[in-house]
Every structure is written in C-alpha cells, then in structure tokens.
Design a protein around this ligand. Structure first.
Ligand SMILES: C[S@@+](CC[C@H](N)C(=O)[O-])C[C@H]1O[C@@H](n2cnc3c(N)ncnc32)[C@H](O)[C@@H]1O
Length: 256
C-alpha cells in the first residue's frame, strides 16, 4: 500500500505519472525522445534554423532587455542563447537533450560565442547549476510542453531565478485561428493521459498564469520570410513580462 504523499512535490510527481510515457517531453526521461528529434539536422523543423526569435531581437533593439545575466530555458541548439551572448549577456543555457546541447556547443564554437551550456532538467538544476538571479529568462518552446500541474514548478523556478526587475520572455503555442497545440481543457488532458505534442494557450490563460509578473507585451509572433535573419511563426505567442522590483512573483504561495 502506498501512502507516500506528504509534500506538494509528492503530489506533482504523482500527477506526472498520470500521463502516458509518450506525453513526457519535459523530464529527464524525455532526453532520449528529444535526442531522436534533433538527430537529423536536415529535417524541416522550423526552429532548427540558426536564427533568434524575432520577438527577442525586437526586445533587444528597443532596449526593453539590456545586458546582464540571461538564462535560455530549454535552449535546444542554442539559437537564442547565441544571440543573447552577441548582445553582451552572460548566458546560461539549459536543455535535457545531449544531442541538442552538443549542437549548441558546435554553433557557439563556430560563432566564437561564450555560452555556458548545462545538460539536464531545468527544474532539478534550478538553484544548483543554474544560479540566479538572472536579469532575463527566455523560453522559446519549452513551457508549452509541460503538463498543467507543472506550471506550479515553473512559477517556482521563475520565483527562484528571476531577478527583481528582471524580464521573462516567452514564446509558446497560440490557441485560436492559425494557432498550434492542443486546445483541450486541462482536466481533459488528464482524462486522456496525453499532452498531444504541446498545449495551446490563450492570452487570458497566459495572463492568469503569469499574473505575478507585469505584462509589457503579448502578441502573435511575426511570420518571418525565409531570407530574414530572424525566426518567426505566427502560430506562436510571444510575450515579455517583467518582475516587480519588490520581487514577489507568487504572493502568499509556498515553493513547489
Ligand atoms: C520545442 S524545443 C525548443 C528548443 C529551443 N528553445 C528553440 O526554440 O530552438 C523544446 C526544448 O525544451 C527542452 N526541454 C523540455 N523540458 C525541459 C526541462 N525540464 N529542462 C530542460 N530542457 C527542457 C527540450 O529538450 C527541447 O529541446
């Protein structure tokens, strides 16, 4: 008989197990899946291009994010980490997949860019290998792979690592016309034990989840033509949130 639940983390771990293994794209055990995904670099995957998010470049160009320490969360082959390093940030970049990290390191060597790549689960590394405070945390395509209950852990990670006054930039699947990702309600995902390759979000859902931060900008990503120096797909949202200088991201909430 199992009566092991004592902490919030115990509950979250139990809920992880409600999803079929093929829905798992965000824990240590998903590394092999992502390795297979990145193995063939010639596949026409939009984000395999070595170009930064147009939204991130736009924030840099407008001075909405300036230098300091940056974390690229779920960095893949590092296209955004490299752009941040070029902009003068001291960059940490973390990903589950050894193949993605190796690809990112190759790109960094070729570009002569200094990026500290970390292999592993960002949630497990937060506070150890990944030490805040970061002036910028950028997530392009990682958040939307989390099961709903792990938003609790994600907010705890931001709470722990994002500097007071720091910026959080997010790129994730958009619900609605021309969007991408599953629009099934959270409860339905648990009933079906599947995440359907990623979750779509509405602006309202993002505003609710990140209510502890101040919204600076939330819009569809611009489609970028093939010749553009930037990556852009309009099936994604891009957002810039800022943490209050006072710091509290989840007032009244305990760490998870
Ligand atoms: C859709 S890909 C995006 C990659 C990259 N950000 C880009 O846009 O080119 C999502 C990435 O998140 C990584 N990932 C998912 N969960 C993670 C976690 N808990 N810790 C670290 N990386 C994670 C995956 O390994 C994968 O490379």
């Amino acid at each position: 008989m199992d009566r092991g639940i004592r902490t919030v983390e115990d509950v979250l771990t139990l809920m992880d197990g409600l999803f079929a293994p093929e829905a798992d794209r965000w824990t240590d055990s998903a590394a092999a899946w992502w390795d297979g995904f990145y193995e063939d670099r010639s596949r026409p995957v939009p984000f395999f291009v070595d170009k930064p998010d147009e939204s991130l470049v736009s924030c840099l160009d407008r001075g909405l994010v300036t230098g300091g320490r940056a974390l690229d969360l779920g960095c893949g082959p590092g296209r955004n980490a490299l752009r941040l390093a070029a902009a003068g940030f001291a960059v940490d970049a973390v990903d589950l997949s050894p193949v993605a990290i190796a690809w990112g390191e190759e790109r960094a060597t070729e570009a002569g860019a200094e990026v500290r790549f970390h292999l592993g689960n960002a949630f497990a590394l937060a506070g150890t290998a990944l030490r805040g405070p970061y002036d910028l945390i950028h997530d392009s395509g990682c958040f939307h792979h989390l099961p709903p209950h792990r938003r609790v852990s994600y907010l705890a990670l931001l709470d722990r690592l994002l500097a007071p006054g720091g910026a959080f930039t997010l790129t994730c699947f958009a619900a609605g016309e021309g969007g991408m990702g599953s629009e099934l309600p959270d409860a339905e995902l648990y009933r079906g034990s599947r995440l359907h390759g990623g979750l779509a979000y509405t602006p309202g859902s993002l505003r609710r989840i990140f209510a502890g931060l101040t919204e600076v900008e939330l819009r569809r990503m611009r489609d970028e033509p093939p010749g553009s120096p930037c990556f852009g797909e309009s099936f994604l949202w891009t957002a810039l949130f800022r943490r209050d200088a006072a710091g509290a991201l989840r007032p009244g909430a305990g760490r998870a």
